[in-house]
Design a protein around this ligand. Structure first.
Ligand code: UD1
Length: 418
């Protein structure tokens, strides 16, 4: 297994081009299942997760060809509607094919990631939404089997809690349902807007994206389109925090500052300067960060996907801060690893109390999930000595050429293949 070796202590300086968003790319790719004449996605990041989605789509009859950042998807051939465990277990977001398959073919069978039972495994909102559009859903041998022989029927879908993935699934499904759907208490993330815009370009009739109620007037078919994936706000936020933690200066290009307001407010309160010039964002830090409390929330709140990285910054702050995680329980897997590097963090339920220390020190650490691992990279960039980060495959799921981008700004980071 590959590992990363990172020597801390260099203030990062330079420019980083932001890639297309992983979390926008995955649902956009799933729409290829519904495009009768194929489609083209530009700015599609090259990641383990996007490769995995290509593999899943190929299994479902949609071939794709990549040329640089552009991927062309052929129209679906045949009607394979089973997403098997061997592929789904590698990527939870595979569940995003449920809505498109069901809407187009009236049937979908998607393995549950991890094989856990419905209820304890959170895909209940996806299932509830499909049922609200008239599907019959059962659990068979660890798979979700959804059927709507006569096609889906538009209706009201009311979400008890906000879910990004379930919003995306039902938005795709409703696009091809008979009649009008009102999706209520939906996610407002930029990735939802990107998906709605792509579907509209394919002929869907959608309004209200970006608010908490989306209206969809079903159409009988979706044709084709060419769409560019929106910039990755989480990647941009991660590199902004890399500039902050190393007290350097990084200019992010091809970025969307308007999608990062909550992070930038917290960074400003911490003493970091953020200058915005169109799609260029320059982040400058010249002093030790001040402590700032954050609470994760659905968009436009502070993103849970930047919680670990912000916590890394707070580990070296000049005082004590509180990090509250409200979206996922158990999303503090980075805490024991950061502690190995000298961080002082106390966790109590969904709250972490972070007492800033003057200096982190290098240690062998282990990546546990995508965002947790990149928080360890950030910590390693300021730690004294050489940190070894194991299980780098977690990072490869979601960061396009991470070492290359950081090295270009002076980071001492290299990969050892193994
Ligand atoms: C997406 C993102 C992920 C991000 C998360 C929250 C992708 C591919 N992934 O994940 O990076 O961290 O949004 O911004 O876009 N829940 C249920 N039942 C369900 C679905 C979700 O209880 O059927 C719960 C989850 O356990 C969680 C909360 O709802 O506590 C939010 O999850 P959700 O917004 O659905 O996250 P994902 O779409 O999986």
């Amino acid at each position: 297994m590959d590992k990363l070796l990172i020597t801390g202590g260099t203030a990062l300086k330079g420019e980083i081009a932001i890639s297309g968003a992983k979390n926008a790319a995955l649902p956009l790719m799933a729409t290829a299942l519904m495009a009768e004449e194929g489609m083209v996605l530009d700015n599609l990041p090259s990641l383990a997760d996007t490769d995995c989605m290509c593999e899943l789509l190929a299994h479902l009859g949609v071939e794709s060809v990549r040329e640089g950042d552009t991927v062309s998807f052929a129209s679906a051939r045949g009607a394979e509607t089973d997403a098997p465990y061997e592929i789904v277990r590698k990527m939870r977001a595979s569940v995003l094919v449920l809505g498109p398959l069901l809407a187009r073919y009236g049937r979908a069978r998607v393995s549950l990631p991890g094989g856990c039972a419905i209820g304890s495994r959170p895909v209940d909102l996806h299932i509830m939404a499909m049922e609200a559009l008239g599907a019959k859903v059962t659990l068979e041998e660890g798979d979700v089997l959804a059927e709507a022989a006569g096609g889906l029927i538009g209706g009201d879908v009311v979400f008890p809690t906000v879910s990004v993935g379930a919003t995306e699934n039902v938005l795709m499904a409703a696009a091809l349902a008979k009649g009008t759907s009102r999706l209520i208490n939906v996610a407002r993330e930029p990735e939802i807007i990107d998906l709605a815009e792509c579907l509209i370009a394919m002929g869907a009739k959608i309004s209200g994206q970006g608010t908490d109620v989306i209206e969809v007037e079903g159409v009988t078919a979706l044709t084709s389109c060419r769409h560019a994936v929106v910039a990755d706000r989480i990647e941009a936020g991660t590199f902004a925090l890399a500039a902050a933690i190393t007290q350097g200066q990084i200019t992010l290009t091809h970025a969307r500052a308007d999608h990062l307001a909550s992070l930038f407010a917290a960074m400003a309160a911490s003493g970091v300067q953020v200058e915005i010039d169109g799609d260029r964002i320059t982040v400058t830090a010249t002093e030790r960060p001040r402590p700032v409390d954050i609470t994760t929330d659905p968009y436009p709140g502070f993103p849970t996907d930047l919680q670990a990285q912000f916590m890394a910054l707070m580990t070296v702050a000049s005082g004590t801060s509180q990090v509250a995680e409200t979206i996922f329980e158990n999303r503090f897997m980075h805490v024991p690893e950061l502690a190995r590097m000298g961080a002082n963090i106390q966790v109590n339920g969904g709250h972490a109390l972070v007492r800033g220390v003057e200096q982190l020190t290098a240690a062998p650490v282990m990546a546990t999930d995508l965002r947790a691992s990149v928080s360890l990279v950030l910590a390693a960039l300021v730690a004294e000595g050489e940190t070894t980060l194991q299980r780098v495959y977690h990072l490869d799921r979601g960061y396009d050429r991470l070492e290359e981008k950081l090295s270009a700004c002076g980071a001492k980071i290299r990969r050892v293949r193994g």
